[in-house]
Ligand binder design. Sequence first.
Ligand SMILES: Cc1ncc(COP(=O)(O)O)c(C=O)c1O
Length: 376
Amino acid sequence: MIPITRPCVGEEEAKAAGDAILSGWLSQGPRVQEFEEAVADYVGARHAIATSNCTTALHLSLLAAGIGPGDEVICPSFSFIATANSILHAGATPVFVDIDRASYTIDTNLIEPAISSRTKAIMPVDQIGLAADIPSVRSIASHHGLTVIEDAAPSLGATIGEGRIGALSDYTCFSFHPRKSITTGEGGLVTTDDDAAAARIRVLRSHGASTSDLERHRSGTTAIEQYEELGFNYRMTDIQAAVGIVQLGRLDGILSARRVLAERYNRLLGGNAFVETPVVPAGRTHTYQSYCVRLRDGSAPRAAIMEELATKNIATRRGVMAIHREPFYQRLMPGLSLPETERAAEETLLLPLYAGMTFDEQDFVIESLAAAIRPS
Ligand SMILES: Cc1ncc(COP(=O)(O)O)c(C=O)c1O
């Protein structure tokens, strides 16, 4: 089977997880702190706060930004459902904006018309590993006094110009699910330069406790923590963080391997009249969480192509969903039309790509796709 992805993990991660277990400190502790410091250093942010996953990282960022019932947050619908769910979890309302056809990221020309007196934040999504046009989003946000909470779930290691994703928005949220650049099994993390927001996120992720277990342990006192507000258990474990520390050391190598494969796909699929290969706008780098092609008019139907490839043991996925077309969101916002999002959700297809994929495997995917794509 050629899977859609394969996490790049091995003996070192297994040993790190084992060492964490044997250390006796399994929940959030010294390894979480070390992982946070390493990620903050890597992206160039003042603070990194690890969480149980990216959805909870987004939720806590919204709460730290003071967003709640009655507020609106502008975001794309072409994303994983967690983007919009996190806004609803905060009690606010997602306001969907269409995407730019080529980059699949939020169309920044459509943001201002969507701003109302209730808008508090913009949540751009760095879709499939390509950063949205964050400089334009930031300039709109600062003009209107809005917060930017970047959903960078698949984009640790992506850049815009000289800037690393994680250092460009008020809050940036990453995922460490096994389909992302690096993994901790499940896991998430927020980066921010705002000292007060970072402190609030730390409190909220652990039931609202004023002091963490690690701080209490290190202080050598018997200080009793206080609970000033309603918090959550959104903590990462030290077992996950131990894996994350090893994975972070591999990140640049993993991304280079993915880029070699993506560029090879671009070259070898570029001549296929039925396939549109991904576009990377000047000045941005892609992490290629997935390799996403668009099927042009005249190709065989996507479902038939996916089935045909499955018979050859090649895994594929639909591109990204149109959140507003999922039944739960259709009930919330019936009749909403976002033409580019809907087209992209119907026409895009994800092909296998992972560090460690061989050129032979990739050639087999390319040949099989070419055979399946021809209309009968
Ligand atoms: C764009 C986007 N946002 C949010 C998430 C949610 O991440 P997690 O599964 O870590 O909560 C994902 C995960 O696939 C995603 O792709």
